[in-house]
Design a binder for this molecule. Sequence first.
Ligand code: PEP
Ligand code: MG
Length: 324
Amino acid sequence: QAEELAALKDLPAETTDGFRMPLWVNTGLIADVARSLERGAEGIGLYRTEVPFMIRDFFPSEQEQAQTYRKQLEAFHPRPVTMRTLDIGGDKALPYFPIEEENPFLGWRGIRVTLDHPEIFLVQVRAMLKAGEGYENLRIMLPMVTSVREVEEANRQIDRAVRELQEEGHNIKRPLVGVMVEVPAAVYQVRRFARRVDFISVGSNDLTQYLLAVDRNNPRVADLYVSYHPAVLKALEYIAREAHKENASVSICGEVASEPGGALLLMAMGYDVLSMNATNLPKVKAAIRKITKTDADRLLKDVMSMDDADRIQALINERLDELG
Ligand code: PEP
Ligand code: MG
């Protein structure tokens, strides 16, 4: 079966009736890049920049960051690379920047931290832009956004970084910028965000946790953390529909896209890109190559009429089994 998956590398992720579904990957370490290219990834939908920050003893300098980022951009060029600005807080702490709170998932995390520390944000964005000089495949993505003013402030900082670097003689353009939709408040403001940025990307891991009020890391409630909960599916469908009303590209980079069944539903919902861990990419591609778009649409329609996550899961498994 490993050989079968390897043979998939250069085949398109395309349904039997010819619908093409771009499959991208999530990365953190440079090692992920090689694995992703081996599996035929067409882009990076989420580069978790906190990973290189976590394996150090102090904030990396602009130059150090630029070197690290450049490796991802270079290895994937000309394919797009989506770099998320630092997403610390919540479950991700830096040893040299401790954040102690009673409810870290409802606290100071993601864009909230970096907008409070423009020096961190600006240095990171400058490093990304410098790394991207001459490549033109950089995209920047903002985590944990809950309101329009955060998007506007981040846009201003990005403009400032671009301007500074141009004045310093660098040959750079403003990259594509996107907002992650990973809190319920963002779901209902998707069109407002979409008007201010180039793309939307759903962080379904956090979105599931916040919609269901289930800590994504608490084993006691792990049974309640379900991607196929009707409320989660409704939100995912709504986001794609709303983003498209503003002609924004909409992708997803949470784990649900790494499951073959989840990927088929998201394709039917109209997601433009599915970004997943490299390990699961061949499995997802294999499922897409077995189904017709019409059958995926029918599966989605059936699933959306159902009330219960377990039954939804059972139906998905049944259809996947039928595909073989
Ligand atoms: C998510 O929340 O779905 C996501 C992709 O980001 P992370 O898992 O890094 O929080
Ligand atoms: Mg997240």
